[in-house]
Design a protein around this ligand. Structure first.
Ligand code: AHR
Length: 494
């Protein structure tokens, strides 16, 4: 099987917004309690946060973390999470049928996010609440004036404003499961008014409007067009959410799911631009793919979980090698759209559909999907090049021509980095025409291949991980590589 990539400095598509490597922590399952926060654990710091988890989060170099939900958000009172912990109410979390202790709230999460070097992408509840709670939260977090809310933050121990720049206007408000679910008209009006008030408090913030909770929603399209029409002048981004799974156990189709993501993004970009044209607006709305991942392994188990527990083990997908390959294809797809996708959040980060897992009595460990995410987040910085690709293809029930090769290249002042997936079960010849790039050497060629596609990692054994590949030839004009069957690859050129 054959494939070719042509690169050149003339092909720069966009500067990558680092927030494309964002992630997500929701108050649900074991994401917060026994995930990032577990005061009785031997690795906990004096604030109760697990340092072993922090170390792994730092390996992922995550610049932005969406918080506190998710479906949880739509029944959450942010005021429950401030003030002395002993006074905080324990509440029913109706979204996940769990108990929320509120031991962690905005102050604690802010402290944790600073430790791991991430900014917060804060979400306001537009399910059970509205404009007032939203603008108060902005004032509490970002104002340094002598007002009730900012002085309450000072009294609660934080003199300086948190200065949170990115804000989500609710979560999945198109979904009938959402507490306070709304029609597009209702949500569009509310989001616009809440957003206006939030920007009146702090005009430096950026706002994310809820798009559809998946491309398969029956309201997809109408929802985007309606809510954008209401809130176009107020917001900066529209959200996309999508989860993928291999329910049919069909590897070839599964690895082609990133083509769905590609179509979804193209569709939403087209709708943003349609409203721009209709309104004769000069402003461009960009995309925040603020929930994306693989989610299906845990579905059956989760039907059996007893309700009303604190931190029940739900959505704990154990990812295998084929999931790591798809995750690589999905990340490459996001980068292919870096001109419009400015924010993306891998949902989620710890224990809940996550790259990082914790054993409450033991250590934190890395799932298979950790590695492609980590390598792209660490080395996929700078400018992305439009991929000029030729590849042999295969057909699936949904797509006539799925390329065996999925690839993207990134260039920065230090290096040129090529990320590539071979979707096929045969080796794939990969010829790279380096164009005007002068390559002095190969700094690193890392690959994940050769594992059983169903192999998983666990706390004792991270079997699925990258290793070095030495099978390549290069000179200053071209690079020839044999990509191993079913492989994830990262080539860093000096
Ligand atoms: O990430 C898990 C859930 O998926 C989120 O709470 C919700 O927004 C989405 O449906």
């Amino acid at each position: 099987l054959q494939s070719k990539l042509k690169i050149s400095r003339d092909l720069i598509l966009a500067e990558i917004d680092p927030r494309i490597y964002g992630s997500f922590i929701e108050h649900m399952g074991r994401a917060v309690y026994t995930g990032i926060y577990q005061p009785n654990h031997s690795a906990a710091n004096e604030s109760g946060f697990r340092q072993d988890v922090m170390e792994l989060v730092k390996e992922l170099k995550i610049p932005l973390i969406r918080y506190p939900g998710g479906n949880f958000l739509s029944g959450y009172n942010w005021e429950d999470g401030i003030g002395p912990v002993s006074d905080r109410p324990k509440r029913l979390d109706l979204a996940w049928r769990s108990l929320e202790t509120n031991e962690v709230g905005i102050h604690e999460f802010y402290e944790w996010s600073q430790e791991v070097g991430a900014e917060i992408d804060m979400a306001v509840n537009l399910g059970t609440r509205g404009i007032d709670a939203a603008r108060n939260l902005v004032e509490y977090c970002n104002s340094d004036s002598d007002t009730y809310w900012s002085q309450l933050r000072v009294k609660n121990g934080h003199k300086e404003p948190f200065n949170i720049k990115t804000w989500c206007l609710g979560n999945e408000m198109d979904g009938p499961w959402q507490i306070g679910h709304k029609t597009a008209e209702e949500y569009g009006r509310l989001a616009n008014e809440a957003g206006k008030a939030m920007k009146l408090v702090d005009d430096s913030i950026e706002l994310v409007l809820c798009g559809s909770s998946s491309g398969q929603m029956p309201t997809f399209g109408d929802w985007e067009l309606t809510v954008l029409d209401h809130a176009y002048d107020t917001v900066d981004y529209i959200s996309l959410h999508q989860y993928y799974g291999n329910q049919d156990d069909n590897l070839a189709s599964y690895l082609a799911r990133s083509l769905d993501m590609d179509e979804f993004i193209n569709g939403v970009v087209a709708m943003c631009d349609a409203i721009k044209a209709k309104r004769h607006s000069k402003k461009e709305i960009n995309l925040s793919f603020d929930e994306w991942n693989i989610w299906y392994h845990s579905n059956e188990h989760d039907q059996t979980v007893k309700p009303w527990q604190v931190a029940p083990p739900i959505l704990e997908d154990h990812y295998n090698f084929e999931d790591a390959l798809l995750l690589g294809c999905l990340m490459i797809t996001l980068l292919k759209h870096a001109d419009r996708v400015k924010i993306a959040c891998l949902a989620q980060l710890v224990n809940v559909i996550a790259p990082i897992m914790t054993d409450p009595e033991g250590e934190a460990w890395r799932q298979t999907i950790f590695y492609p995410f980590m390598q792209m987040s660490n080395y996929g910085r700078g400018n992305v090049l439009t991929p000029l690709v030729e590849s042999d293809t295969y057909a699936t029930a949904d797509f006539e021509a799925v390329p065996f090769l999925e690839t993207i290249s990134v260039v920065n002042e230090n290096e040129l980095v090529i990320f590539a997936v071979n979707r096929g079960e045969e080796p794939l010849d990969f010829h790279v025409d380096l164009g005007d790039f002068v390559v002095k050497g190969i700094r690193e060629f890392s690959q994940m291949s050769g594992f059983d596609i169903k192999a998983v990692n666990d706390a004792r054994n991270e079997i699925v991980h990258p290793s070095e590949n030495i099978e390549y030839e290069w000179n200053d004009t071209k690079l020839d590589v044999k990509l191993a069957p079913l492989s994830w690859n990262m080539i860093r050129c000096e």
